[in-house]
Design a protein around this ligand. Structure first.
Ligand SMILES: Cc1cc2nc3c(=O)[nH]c(=O)nc-3n(C[C@H](O)[C@H](O)[C@H](O)COP(=O)(O)O)c2cc1C
Length: 225
């Protein structure tokens, strides 16, 4: 069982990264082999729009794309994480997904009208997890990013499970694991009255613990189903 994780954040040990690590910890507890990459560590150019991949299934740009696609193909479970930037994913994850377009799938016409997307990768079940970390207090900010992730990653699943983790209200690096004192400082900065700061901190911590516990359980699940 191989679990392959792609992190679209720029921050190592940031919120997305900590959640991804929790998923991988759960997967390892079930005996899975795990690998995580940061897109920011790779050389991934922007799509040039030539559309040749749609015909040939390969991109002619010489960079790290083919390595990432190989790892996706070999994986039994795939985790893709991104912070929410401007109500969407990070630019670097979008660049990678644009490059996947004709390389991981091809479009075929349905007799009578319409089109459907068919995978070019080995057809095997892959369990999929999308991870989104946001500063906003409610999860709607992830809606648009999820639309593209569901479509692109769905084409890899072949009846695998599709899980989603949306962590909200976490802005500073590592806030997902902040202790009470740091949350009280954040409450102060937000102008929350002193009498309410402790309750605010406890609520944030409880929400974060719930996200991380769920991430661990999802990690176990994707490695065992
Ligand atoms: C350029 C930029 C744009 C952002 N836009 C949003 C946004 O639209 N909505 C939101 O909820 N958070 C937004 N955030 C906050 C991040 O999503 C948040 O800090 C997240 O926890 C970062 O995850 P990371 O630690 O994995 O990098 C933005 C942050 C940056 C740097």
């Amino acid at each position: 069982m191989k679990v392959f994780a792609i992190n679209g954040s720029f921050r190592k040990q940031g919120n997305t990264d900590i959640i991804i690590d929790k998923i991988l910890e759960g997967a390892k507890a079930e005996g899975a082999k795990t690998e995580k990459i940061f897109i920011d560590d790779l050389n991934i150019n922007s799509c040039q729009g030539c559309l040749e991949c749609r015909q040939e299934g390969i991109c002619h740009q010489q960079d790290d794309l083919s390595d990432v696609v190989k790892k996706l193909e070999q994986a039994d479970a795939v985790v893709v994480g991104t912070p929410i930037y401007g109500n969407y994913m990070t630019g670097q994850l979008k660049i990678l997904l644009d490059r996947f377009m004709g390389v991981i799938s091809r479009v075929t016409y349905i007799p009578g009208g319409g089109i459907k997307s068919i995978t070019r990768l080995e057809i095997k079940k892959r369990n999929i997890v999308s991870v989104l970390a946001a500063g906003a207090p409610t999860p709607e900010c992830a809606d648009d990013a999820l639309k593209l992730l569901r479509r692109m990653l769905g084409s890899l699943a072949n009846d695998g499970t599709m899980e989603e983790i949306i962590a909200v209200g976490i802005n500073p690096k590592g806030a997902i694991v902040f202790p009470k004192e740091e949350w009280i400082e954040i409450a102060k900065k937000y102008g929350i009255p002193e009498a309410d700061r402790e309750a605010y901190a406890e609520k944030a911590m409880a929400r974060n613990i719930e996200v991380l516990n769920r991430a661990f359980e999802i990690g176990r699940k994707i490695a065992s189903e």
